[in-house]
Design a protein around this ligand. Structure first.
Ligand code: PLP
Length: 465
């Protein structure tokens, strides 16, 4: 054994303790007070180490060269994109995922796959899905959308008498994918799946700046297909204003039209945890496939999401890994026959830890507190003379712009000034043609005090612009 490896083996517990001490500093006190995003240039690339320095040396080198440039994206005032943090229990689970280093491609020799199934079933229950939906962990909502749409593509093949898995997507002819306000990842998924980004056909939205689809217009678009089966992507939680398509009304269209219903509920699914907001995702259980991100509102570490479908048979047709050494899919197919990955980590363990540690009630409290803080920030923004709310705060995102001359340049300057203050991080968007910023609340640690600090930073930098 190389001496550096032998040394580390002998001192394994000490190395882990040092890393733990560093992590503990990161998640508490001083580190939580460092700037929310790192704006300086990254260090120059170092040469490949010829002789290793050992684990302790690597930790020292990381601490010196790279740690200062990590963002506080797991902290309470990083409000860019939709970014979750890491609950204490999920971090512990994540460490153990790596320590056990299970390969969840198959069930043989480990209970890991059964643990993933238990976790998926808990998540289904959390989001109001019944026994008809099965699912698996994937790395993010983009992959979850891709898996759901791949199963939808196989369903189109079934309707048209084509085995897409063998004949390829081209055998389907042009595919129609209809959606109101799809996330950008849907276009990417269609590109990957050989359906094509241009086959994503926008459907008119409800009036008055809503981002929810006009279900009557969707019906008309489906009628115009003359009986050709299609894919509908419904959106449960848009990124700008967290608007929700009427899932029940969309599902009711299936009495007249033939379509696969995929729901992108990446973070909107968490509305189901709050009795006051659960109506927003009513009907989620009628979807053929559902995408939910977990590294957002479940607050588990990157990268984790879950996909659900009612048609596991078609999922196996798409993802079946055909090889004599892997064997045929069983009644309960191994995960390597269900998702794009073959080898897979025990990605479910952090979610299992968090759900076991905090339960439905704990995670509900996070959702409700985030919604309350988004409302508070929305009210505060409205009261600032230099800013203006662009949409009502429907759930956990505040979408706002400058009261005067909201040009892309001035909004970029505002976002830059917020980041430079070190107090918060928000990200730009364009909503209804107006350049804007969004502040998204999805971190388990965010409190009223954080919202006040964000608001104070916004007041200062908007007044100076
Ligand atoms: C974040 C998000 C995605 C993409 O999620 P990743 O985890 O970044 O792949 C897809 N859809 C919606 C609605 C999202 O908010």
């Amino acid at each position: 054994m190389h001496p550096a490896l032998a040394d580390d083996l002998a001192r394994f517990p000490e190395l882990l303790r040092s890393a733990r001490d560093m992590a503990a500093r990161e998640v508490s006190g001083a580190a939580a007070e460092r700037p929310v995003v790192a704006l300086g240039p990254a260090p120059a690339r170092a040469p490949l180490p010829e002789r290793g320095e050992g684990g302790a040396g690597a930790l020292a080198r990381f601490t010196e060269r790279w740690a200062p440039g990590m963002s506080a994206s797991a902290g309470p005032r990083y409000l860019g994109f939709v970014t979750g943090g890491v609950t204490p229990a999920s971090l512990a689970g994540d460490w153990l995922t790596s320590a056990y280093d299970q390969n969840l491609s198959g069930a043989a020799g480990s209970w890991g796959a059964a643990l993933e199934r238990e976790t998926v079933s808990w998540l289904g229950e959390l989001f109001g899905l019944g026994e008809a939906h099965s699912g698996a962990f994937v790395t993010g909502a983009t992959v979850s959308n891709t898996v759901g749409l791949a199963i939808g593509r196989a369903w189109l093949g079934e309707r048209l008498g084509v085995d897409v898995s063998r004949a390829g997507a081209a055998a389907l002819g042009p595919v129609d994918v209809l959606s109101g306000s799809p996330h950008s990842s849907v276009g990417k998924a269609l590109s990957v799946l050989g359906i094509g980004r241009d086959r994503l056909r926008p459907v008119p939205l409800l009036p008055d700046g809503r981002e929810a689809v006009d279900v009557t217009a969707l019906g008309a678009a489906l009628a115009a297909l003359d009986g050709r089966p299609a894919i509908v992507v419904a959106n449960a939680g848009t990124v700008n204003t967290v608007d929700f398509d009427d899932l029940r009304a969309i599902a009711a269209l299936r009495e007249r039209y033939d379509f696969w219903l995929h729901v992108d509920a990446a973070f909107g699914a968490f509305a189901a945890l709050s009795p006051a907001h659960a109506h927003l995702v009513a009907g989620l259980d009628v979807a053929d496939s559902v995408c939910v991100d977990l590294h957002k509102w479940l607050n588990v570490p990157y990268d984790a999401a879950v996909q659900f479908t009612r048609r596991r048979d078609l999922q196996v047709a798409v993802f079946h890994n055909e090889s004599p050494y892997l064997g045929p899919p069983a009644d309960e197919p191994d995960f390597l026959h269900l998702t794009p990955e073959n080898s897979r980590r025990l990605r479910a363990l952090p979610a299992w830890f968090s759900l076991t540690a905090y339960g439905l009630e704990g995670h509900r409290e996070v959702v409700e507190r985030n919604v309350a803080e988004a409302r508070r920030l929305g009210a505060g923004v409205e009261a600032l003379p230099g800013l203006r709310l662009l949409a009502p705060v429907r759930l956990n995102v505040v979408c706002f712009t400058l009261a005067e001359r909201p040009t892309p340049e001035r909004l970029a300057a505002l976002a830059g000034a917020v980041a430079a203050s070190g107090e918060a991080f928000v990200t730009p968007t364009v909503y209804a043609g107006v350049p804007a910023l969004r502040a998204a609340f999805s971190n388990w640690r965010t409190t009223e005090d954080d919202t006040r600090r964000v608001l104070a930073a916004l007041a200062t930098v908007s007044a100076a612009l």
